[in-house]
Design a protein around this ligand. Structure first.
Ligand code: FRU
Length: 482
């Protein structure tokens, strides 16, 4: 026991040294985020343990402090009282025990009897590379220091060791946990467990799976499930791996989306309709939600995709890679999830510029609108033809009213060629852009569609250009953010 504790303490110390050694290199990167969560050093991937606890928001994150590659993950930790200004807290979990020695993988947080509890996956690999998986518990009385309590759930029969990412919630007088996995035939699914004491977990069965309820063949592995009630429906959010591209859909290496319907807590089945992608951009994966103390369902995602060009991110030269999305509030409207930036983000606004324009086969650039870190709100009064907005001569958003298509384009950070993501949409009345030094998140018509992407323009290029092919009228408001 003492030895293991030492290993965890040693790993925490090493992470601090790594942060200190590379602080200037990371901070010297013009691509570093100004208002998104990024790793202090090294690699960040999934958000974990998103919770508001005693008034304070906590976001943990999958963290590899020692390199910009995936490996034996830590849980880094940020806290905030307003979802906007975050502070780095001491490392919450380190892979220093036999049951998590190859990574404290993703999981969730709950509040229980004055404690914060973390459920996470202990990833273990033997010398031959065989994988083992354990669902583990850690507890905290102050929300800052966590005591590992070890394994609460072993791998049941019928699933491979790709069995991970516990998301726990309470329903009536019981606790429930969903886990992302694959069966022995390597078909993706989500399984449900039930517990009365958070220690003994009973398997209820597959919530749903590839090949079930009209899904067809739907991937070999489902990661990071989340199941919650929202505006009168049950939502299963997950990140399936192994979907083939289909028109505008499933263009990234791995996807994220959701099913809606009704969960039967007795037999553990979700009756649901078809799968919808949650985001249309290039980088979005493994989001997690929480219900905050105001009853809002909030979501935060990883602005990255596993195995999608990760080796080519230019920030690696500066010893860091990836960031999280801004926090968003979720609603369920007309059979669809709507994502809206949380209003707290307005606290970042300063220096407002407003313009009105009527363009006819022309382009316009107002130098006061240029910049690198801002929010831009466009109210489109008329689009007869096509309207495009060009960011830093590097990325653009185009709405074609005849084709009824909305497209985001950028220059690839792999080969510099132009690449695009699109969705069909009949009308676009509002576009809200959250632009940071190396990312753009676009919220369409109040969050009906969202495009989330990383962008790596030249440092000194700050242009913002509006172009009309045909007739376009709009109002634009831009706030610099800080
Ligand atoms: C998703 C994921 C999870 C896993 C974690 C490891 O990106 O692969 O399934 O728990 O990352 O970092």
């Amino acid at each position: 026991m003492t030895m293991m504790l030492e290993r965890n303490e040693e790993l925490k110390e090493l992470a601090i040294k790594e942060m200190e050694a590379h602080r200037e290199t990371v901070e010297g990167d013009h691509y570093r985020s100004r208002y998104h969560l990024m790793p202090p050093v090294g690699l960040l991937n999934d958000p974990n343990g998103f919770i508001q606890w005693n008034g304070v928001y906590h976001v943990f994150f999958q963290w590899m402090p020692f390199s910009t590659e995936h490996g034996a993950k830590f849980w880094g930790h940020y806290t905030s009282t307003d979802l906007v200004h975050w502070e780095l807290a001491p490392t919450a979990l380190t892979p220093g025990d036999w049951y998590d020695k190859n990574g404290c993988y993703s999981g969730s947080a709950i509040s229980h009897k004055d404690k914060m509890l973390l459920f996470y996956t202990g990833n273990v690999k033997d010398e031959a590379g065989n994988r083992e998986t354990y669902q583990c518990l850690a507890e905290s009385t102050d929300g800052i220091h966590f005591d590992k309590k070890g394994v609460v759930l072993d791998l049941p029969e019928g699933y491979t060791a790709h069995f991970r990412d516990p998301k726990v919630w309470q329903h009536l007088d019981k606790w429930y946990m969903v886990i992302g996995t694959q069966n022995l035939a390597e078909e993706g699914r989500v399984v449900l467990f039930q517990s009365s004491d958070l220690k003994n977990w009973e398997l209820k069965g597959d919530v749903t799976a590839s090949g079930h309820q009209g899904l067809g063949s739907f991937g070999y592995m489902w990661e990071c499930p989340d199941l919650f009630e929202l505006d009168g429906t049950d939502v299963l959010l997950f990140s399936p791996q192994g979907l083939e591209p289909e028109g505008d859909l499933y263009q990234n290496v791995h996807q994220t989306g959701y099913l809606t319907g009704q969960l039967d807590y007795e037999d553990g089945k979700l009756s649901h309709g078809s799968f919808r992608e949650l985001d249309r951009g290039f980088e979005f994966y493994a989001p997690q939600t929480t219900l905050d103390e105001n009853g809002r369902r909030l979501l935060i995602g990883w602005m990255g995709v596993p195995e999608q060009g990760e080796d080519y991110h230019p920030t690696r030269e500066h010893k860091w890679i990836h960031m999280l999305t801004i926090p968003r509030e979720l609603h369920y409207v007309n059979d669809k999830l709507i994502q809206r930036p949380v209003p707290e983000l307005e606290a970042l606004r300063h220096e407002r510029v407003e313009k009105t324009a009527s363009l006819s086969n022309e382009k316009i650039e107002w130098t006061e609108m240029n910049g690198t870190v801002y929010e831009l709100l466009l109210q489109l009064r008329k689009v007869d033809g096509s309207f495009s907005i060009h960011f830093r001569n590097h990325a653009s958003m185009i709405f074609d009213s005849e084709e009824q298509k909305l497209t985001f384009k950028r220059m690839s950070f792999i080969d510099g060629n132009e690449e695009s993501r699109s969705c069909s949409i009949a009308e676009v009345s509002e576009l809200r852009f959250y632009v940071d030094a190396s990312s753009i998140e676009v919220f369409v018509n109040g969050g009906e569609e969202v495009f989330t992407s990383r962008t790596f323009p030249s440092e000194n290029e700050e242009s913002l250009v509006f172009k009309a092919v045909g007739e376009v009228q709009f109002e634009a408001i831009k706030w610099n953010l800080k």
